[in-house]
Design a protein around this ligand. Structure first.
Ligand code: PMV
Length: 355
């Protein structure tokens, strides 16, 4: 058990009969990818992500005292009751009960809303688990834990990680690092850490992320299955070392504003994640034909213009287009004219980094 996150509240008597708290948390997009984990959601390598602005989850958590000694949770998504969501939350509660002593003392009702359509293929687990963890820490404070702002965020990140690994990075704004290494001060496997704004060149604080919805709907492989495929994968050990090396390489790039080197590294990371999945057993191809077609168009555009347009990918077919605000006007014309056609329903989401 992680002693620093054990609550100072008593485990039996809680002073509040009922109440409600709210939290809003954005999604994030990894530049250096987390792919592979050990027991208890410990990552096999360090990762770093941009926290987004427009893609977020808003959650209201209502709680009411009860007598029974089990977990009771009801979940509503966009106002509609979702019985299928409760087991996931209960699994999460089971994992965090040692750190959140009041989970069996109350009946919980979760009302959650995503700013992005559920069917878009944008994962809501990071923003959703982060928002829920922030709500739980608020309740803990209302019950008398009195954690400081810094302690509260760290604990929320620690709890969110136990819900969905990458969710621990959504608790903070800007660039957020997760995974212990010897080159980022304060880095930890247990929670995300805000990467210092003073170490980031201004250009990287202006980045846009336009998400091409190449394929809406469920991903072909869940991240749980994907992470597990890294066990006994012939190239996994090399990948874990390389990811850490890539993060170390990114540090001077972030500082000196080398946008080209940033793009090269970030695209390599995205393609490596996909290559790992193609080489796993069973194998998965996460891109769709239109993903490849759009990436080729993007590379052609970059060869022919001097615009700073780069991509990254999650474990799915959609494309995150990354570019600085200085080039946004022209790039957004190109997206509308050339790339939109590759989106399943002509849909894309315009987002930005959140500093
Ligand atoms: O947080 P999970 O278990 O859903 O894993 C997410 C992994 C990637 O999104 C593919 C990469 C990352 O670092 O966010």
């Amino acid at each position: 058990m992680e002693q620093q996150f054990i609550s100072n509240l008593s485990t039996t008597s809680f002073s509040i009969e009922e109440g409600s708290v709210n939290a809003k948390s954005p999604s994030n997009i990894a530049l250096i990818k987390y792919w592979g984990k050990k027991k208890n959601q410990i990552p096999t390598n360090s990762s770093i992500s941009y926290t987004l602005t427009n893609s977020y989850t808003e959650t209201e958590l209502k709680f009411k005292k009860k007598q029974s000694d089990n977990f009771e949770v009801e979940v509503y998504l966009e106002g509609e009751k979702k019985n299928s969501f409760s087991p996931k939350i209960i699994t999460f509660f089971e994992r965090i009960i040692d750190y959140v002593p009041f989970l069996k003392g109350y009946k919980f009702t979760v009302h959650t809303h995503n700013s992005f359509p559920h069917s878009s293929g944008i994962a809501s687990s990071a923003s959703g688990m982060s928002a829920l963890a922030l709500c739980l820490v608020q309740i803990e404070n209302n019950l008398g834990a009195n954690l400081s702002e810094e302690e509260s965020l760290k604990k929320a990140s620690f709890l969110a990680r136990l819900g969905s690994g990458s969710a621990c990075r959504s608790v903070f704004k800007g660039l957020v690092e997760w995974g212990e290494n010897n080159f980022i001060k304060g880095s930890s496997d247990l929670y995300g850490t805000k990467y210092p704004d003073t170490e980031i060149h201004e250009v990287f604080k202006t980045f846009h992320d336009t998400i091409l919805l190449i394929h809406e709907g469920q991903k072909s492989v869940s991240s749980t299955v994907g992470h597990n495929l890294m066990n006994n994968h012939p190239y996994a050990e090399h990948r874990f070392v390389e990811a850490n090396e890539n993060l170390e390489k990114l540090i001077p790039i972030l500082k000196n504003g080398d946008v080209k080197a940033f793009g090269e590294l970030v695209e390599h990371e995205a393609l490596t994640l996909h290559a790992m999945m193609m080489m796993s057993n069973p194998a998965f191809i996460l891109m769709k034909p239109n993903t490849v077609a759009a990436l080729e168009k993007l590379w052609e555009y970059r060869r022919e213009t001097d615009k700073q347009l780069f991509f990254t990918l999650d474990a799915g077919a959609n494309i995150h287009l990354l570019y600085p605000a200085s080039d946004a006007l022209e790039i957004e014309i190109f997206i509308e004219k050339e790339l939109k056609a590759f989106c399943q329903n002509g849909n894309y989401i315009k987002d930005k980094v959140n500093f």
